[in-house]
Design a protein around this ligand. Sequence first.
Ligand SMILES: [Zn+2]
Length: 321
Amino acid sequence: MGVNKNDIQDKGAYYLVQGDMVFDKNKEYSSPTDSNLSKGVSSKASILKQRRTAFSVTINNINIFLNPGMNTNWLNASRSAIARWNAVNSNLNLTEVFSAASAHIQIMYDTQDPNQALAANVFGAALPPTLNGLPGTITWINPDFSFPIICGQAITQNNRIANVQHELGHNLGLHHTNAIGEPLIPNTPSTDPGSLMNGGQACTISDFSNNDERAIQFLFPIPIPVLTPSSMTLNTQQPGGLFTVTGTGPVTVTLSGGAGIFLHDGIGGSFLTTLNLTAPTTFSAYGPSIGSPGYNGGISYVTLSNPTSGIISSSTVYHSN
Ligand SMILES: [Zn+2]
């Protein structure tokens, strides 16, 4: 896993890694395979860098069940943690549901799970995602964590919120920022002492850092918006049936030709009556020969349309052959 062996505790049915990540012994976890994520970053420079778990969550709408046996402080903290996740500008949408059966993740006390018993010095633990692309299924909270003894102060509601946020981070595919050897997330700096996802810092973590938010946006990117019609133009036909689509791409457009017209993306492949292109790009329109099916007196039309906005632009194609 790329962690120090001293960070792995054998708990019988599972391993506890770096204090709060639980790996079941009956599940397989692969080694990181995406070498692109660590290119050009030396291991020394990347000790404090946002990291992801071996498997990623591939869904965006995630249901969370809060075990109703938790007290009001923890229920409220869990709801605040969910709200902070939803406040990040990502494609992730966490929703509280009211049955365990309809949930992807359950937040509960370790004492509510007969298979879990966290040590007194462990604030929480979480399952990471597995091969199926779904989140890790449980965040455990330790209501008996001795915050005043271990952290030297009375627990605050923000301590609770931040630690639930952190454990949900493991469920959703974030590893410890200060871990060594786990897959790196691009566009995060070489150090981030303010990261909510630093391990072993239950007393002091507070909220997402800017780089935590960047990491979440990398894992759950917002889809590229489809451009509005006014920002796309279909240029006047050039010699040789050549058109140019301009616009600030990428945007996927669909082209449809008039009777008998054929379109070509200029790259290769078949001549078609519709093409999916990414702007800016150039395509060609070819008309039918005189007397061939579809010949309509030398005039055809090409339209540029957008799947959500309809026709953006149209142009007449004159051909004399
Ligand atoms: Zn952790």
